[in-house]
Design a protein around this ligand. Structure first.
Ligand code: SF4
Ligand code: SF4
Length: 410
């Protein structure tokens, strides 16, 4: 695609990156077939190619309207289009730039600004999420069904094994996950402990920065990233071999720390080091499946019933780790169902389920119907946001796959 970026952007680093990405698009339209919003709305401007045109026009100086921002806001950043694109267009990076510029040009209403600020302030700090979740759990029995479904029941985290192995890895605690589902990280610690790896937490680390970055508060996000880097590096210097992510939404961001901080002379190299050491927990377990298969209890396997696997977009499209969950669960001897349209987003997508309720609800309905196709006894996923969202739309139990593995171990 030929481009001619306007003076206001062309010599900035954002402009140069956008220009490079735009030039890789050859207008073929293959991406339309796998875009969830195009499938639902049938409007080219709600497709990857349409949004790429909108962003190109905006960056070339055309007037930006609320309609431009609405089409960009309706994008889930699921990156299914990247998986489909034969030209390797880095759509996710482009749409981050596009939204940033569109928002700067036309702004948002005071109510929208307040809503976004409140989400950033609350959801990125576990100390603020925790009391709200506890309050919700106390009120849960008295709430109407629809609201009750959005608040997870109290969950006991169980024990975290004491570090006893020479092999050690860090795990990100995250911001919302410790309050909503504390069992996920303890289950990961127990599973890895059985596989000969001790998981440790750096208490100074916190939110990965994804939430702020995608809500157009990039400076705040970069500060969160620097804080995590500072918290993790001393452990790495002492021989910790990897930084494990149990939420694929965080993993896709931490893997890109090197990119986000590439212009920061004090952090560029450190950030790249962190990115290179980041692993989804599925990568770590997959490397140990022989050991895992020997530890699985035959009776637990049978009582688990058939399992439907939901691979979050941040795992399959963002991190290109497709099929790992199925391999691990099959190695553990579980019977898996086959669901259609597994490349399509469930509609959770960070804060999308809050900001784009109607579309998110339609995607959830379709995803639940697809996952329930093979009559599973339970659904597993790999990201806390997807887990909560899916659970709000189905009567089946939804859990992190590592929690299921934890239950199977003798
Ligand atoms: S990121 Fe997802 S929703 Fe956005 S254009 Fe690509 S496929 Fe469509
Ligand atoms: S598939 Fe890739 S190259 Fe083709 S229109 Fe979509 S983004 Fe552009």
């Amino acid at each position: 695609m030929q481009t001619n970026l306007a003076d206001f952007i062309k010599s900035t680093s954002e402009g140069q990156e956008a220009d490079r990405i735009l030039r890789t698009c050859v207008h073929c339209g293959f991406c339309l077939a796998t875009c969830p919003t195009y499938q639902l709305l049938g409007d080219e401007l709600d497709s990857p190619r349409g949004r790429i045109y909108l962003m190109k026009q905006m960056l070339e100086g055309a007037p930006v309207t609320e309609k431009t921002l609405a089409h960009l806001d309706r994008c889930l950043t699921c990156r299914a289009c990247e998986t489909t694109c034969p030209s390797g267009v880095q759509y996710g990076k482009l749409v981050d730039i596009g939204r940033h510029i569109a928002e700067e040009k036309i702004g948002r209403s005071p109510a929208a600004r307040l809503q976004r600020k409140a989400m950033r302030a609350v959801l990125s700090e576990s100390s603020r999420v925790m009391p709200l979740v506890k309050l919700g759990q106390l009120a849960r029995p008295f709430l109407p069904g629809a609201l009750r479904k959005n608040i997870p029941a109290y969950q006991s985290a169980g024990d975290w094994p004491a570090p006893r192995h020479a092999r050690k890895m860090l795990v990100l605690a995250g911001c919302v996950q410790p309050s909503l589902a504390p069992n996920i990280n303890t289950a990961a610690a127990r599973v890895l402990d059985r596989l000969g790896i001790s998981l440790v937490v750096a208490s100074q680390a916190g939110c990965c920065g994804a939430l702020s970055y995608h809500l157009n508060a990039q400076d705040e996000a970069l500060d969160f990233m620097r804080r995590n880097i500072d918290a993790w590096l001393p452990y790495i210097d002492q021989g910790v071999e990897a930084i494990v992510m149990t939420a694929s939404g965080c993993g896709v961001t931490v893997r890109d720390y090197g990119h986000y901080l590439r212009h920061d002379p004090a952090y560029a190299e450190k950030a790249k080091r962190i990115s290179d050491l980041t692993r989804d927990v599925s990568e770590v377990v997959l490397a140990e499946t022989d050991k895992l298969a020997q530890l699985v209890q035959a009776t637990a396997k049978t009582s688990a019933g058939k399992v439907a696997v939901h691979t979050p977009c941040t795992l399959q499209h963002g991190q290109k780790l497709n099929g790992l969950l199925e391999k691990i669960l099959a190695a553990a001897g579980l019977e898996l169902t086959i669901s259609p349209d597994r490349h399509l987003c469930c509609g959770s997508a960070g804060t999308y389920s809050i900001l784009q309720k109607e579309l998110s609800g339609r995607l959830l309905k379709n995803k639940v119907a697809a996952l329930e196709t093979g009559s599973p006894a339970q659904i597993v996923t790999a990201n806390i946001g997807c887990l909560m969202h899916l659970q709000s739309g189905t009567g089946l139990p939804v859990r992190h796959w590592v929690e299921l593995i934890d239950r199977l171990l003798a």
